[in-house]
Write a protein that binds this ligand. Structure first.
Ligand code: FMN
Length: 212
């Protein structure tokens, strides 16, 4: 197979995008302050006990809140989720803004964290049981304390987000590199190796040249 010519040691990072992730708003509450961020890394670990895991970037505001409080909630996004929801929770930090400002609802899980009642088909609240630290992320392993189905709508997958939710980059003749995760465009002829996307914090390996 031609695709295998690179050899066993070859790493094509775009293969990672074939993993069928879901999309979630991960929320936390600390000292009366609410925040949340978009993640694709929530997964069930075991059913007895019922446990989930999330991988959270250490540079984000939500990370510290979960580390300090030991609690979080997941809103499982459905296909009707608009891009504005991703922009609100995924492309800005709670360090700089109140991401819940101006929202018409104020629903909370039993543990107190807010959740997103619209465009969400389920909510899961969890209490952290263990953590595993990695250079950029912490993986939180947590016991489920509340789980509720809100609608029969289909869950949004990462693939669905790329195909049907995320606006396509404008077809202009800009030279640069586009982030395959969130669509941010770096303008320039070469992308620094240590470049980190200012919106979603993925590294240079997740950028590709803007197609002309
Ligand atoms: C589609 C998508 C998937 C993302 N997945 C993750 C993820 O799994 N873990 C993570 O920590 N950040 C992820 N992010 C980035 C955060 O949502 C983003 O950095 C956010 O601004 C952090 O907000 P905070 O600083 O308020 O926590 C993702 C963003 C997008 C758009």
């Amino acid at each position: 197979m031609d695709a295998l010519k690179g050899g066993a040691a070859a790493i094509d990072s775009s293969a990672m995008f074939k993993l069928s992730y879901g999309l979630f708003v991960l929320t936390a509450r600390e000292d009366g302050r609410d925040n949340g961020c978009i993640i694709n890394t929530a997964a069930q670990i075991t059913s007895s006990p019922l446990m989930v895991s999330v991988a959270v970037n250490k540079a984000g505001f939500t990370h510290g809140m979960i580390l300090r409080t030991g609690g979080f909630a997941l809103s499982v996004l459905s296909e009707s989720a608009p891009f504005s929801l991703f922009r609100r929770f995924g492309f800005q930090s709670g360090k700089d803004t109140d991401k819940f400002a101006g929202l018409a609802y104020s629903d909370r899980t039993a543990s107190g964290a807010r959740f997103i009642p619209e465009h969400t088909n389920a909510i899961i609240a969890a209490k952290v049981a263990q953590t595993a630290g990695f250079p950029t992320h912490t993986v939180f392993f947590a016991d489920v304390t509340q789980a509720l189905t809100l609608s029969a709508e289909r869950s949004a997958t990462y693939q669905y987000y790329f195909d049907s939710i995320k606006p396509k980059p404008p077809q202009e003749s800009k030279k640069g590199f586009v982030c395959k995760v969130c669509g941010y465009v770096y303008e320039g002829v070469s992308l620094p190796k240590d470049f980190v996307c200012p919106l979603c914090r993925h590294g240079a390996a997740d950028f590709e040249p803007v197609k002309q």
